[in-house]
Design a protein around this ligand. Structure first.
Ligand code: HEM
Length: 257
């Protein structure tokens, strides 16, 4: 009997998310291609990210990829063992090392988040951009309607209602993962006890199951985030996250040329 999140629940979560993304893609990319509306600030080149924001974004991605890879190996050791053996890294004899890699990448992630808050909240003073407002509910209704009927996507600010929701869910997941992760690491490290005792070793409020659930929630959020980032309609945002203000730079270059 395992004390982790049941694997069939994880499968439902992953299959459900994939199905939603496929439906979204069929609706938006095939049935009714959506173009950015004229009121979309991204279309006018307003969206830009400074050097720190871009460094934070891509640094966070690297830290999270290491966290996710080591986390998956700890969650699915038996399933991933053949693949791990093939690359000369047997999981069962490297459990402690995997835990150390997981913790080190999480520490790097936490430092990045601390720097992110210091920069974006206190220096850039951008909190207004990510805090949801009542008008976001209206925007949600409009966007849902445009999804059903097809048609243009109307956005009003740098971050729309979905981006703000994504940001909040990321924050909630990170906080729950931090609380449960610290508890497991310091007070209930099941990887030090024989498997048969895992159940009895687990605290009553089941931090391992919560950690697994929010870990997979984070994976789902990141996969969905990558899907939306790659959509044509969000190309200016992706370019801005790579180059800063890509359209501004192109305008300047054309002018000089
Ligand atoms: C309490 C926690 C957090 C606060 C107060 C916060 C604050 C902010 C603010 C104010 C912005 C808008 C900056 C702008 O565009 O001018 C922002 C954007 C962003 N946040 Fe957060 N954030 C938090 C947690 C997180 C977490 C956990 C992640 C990632 C896992 C994250 C990733 C991002 C990204 C990628 C952006 C867009 C790029 C950027 O501005 O750096 N944030 N955040």
């Amino acid at each position: 009997m395992t004390h982790t999140l049941p694997a069939d629940l994880v499968s439902y979560l992953l299959v459900g998310t994939s199905a939603f993304l496929v439906v979204h893609w069929v609706r938006r990319a095939i049935l009714k291609p959506a173009g950015p509306s004229t009121s979309d600030p991204n279309a006018n080149g307003i969206t830009s990210f400074d050097r720190f924001q871009r460094l934070f974004h891509w640094g966070t991605l690297v830290a999270l990829l290491v966290t996710i890879a080591s986390g998956l190996a700890l969650y699915y050791p038996a399933v991933l063992e053949p693949a791990a053996m093939a690359v000369g890294f047997p999981i069962h004899t490297n459990f402690q090392l995997l835990v150390d890699i997981h913790v080190a990448s999480v520490v790097a992630f936490s430092l990045l988040i601390a720097a992110h808050i210091a920069w974006d909240v206190f220096k850039v003073k951008g909190s207004r951009l990510v805090i949801p407002r009542v008008s976001d509910l209206r925007q949600l209704a409009t966007r849902a309607e445009s999804f059903v009927r097809g048609g243009e996507i109307v956005k009003s600010e740098k971050y729309d209602v979905f981006m703000k929701s994504f940001h909040i869910l990321l924050t909630i997941s990170s906080i729950v993962l931090a609380v449960t992760g610290i508890t497991l690491y310091f007070f209930a490290p099941w990887w030090f006890v024989p498997q048969l005792s895992h159940q009895t070793f687990e605290p009553w409020w089941k931090p391992t199951i919560m950690h697994d659930f929010f870990g997979f929630a984070l994976i789902v959020l990141l996969v969905a985030h990558m899907y939306f980032a790659l959509l044509n309609v969000n190309r200016p945002l992706l370019r801005a996250m790579i180059f800063g203000n890509w359209q501004e730079r192109r305008r300047r270059n054309n002018h000089v040329g």
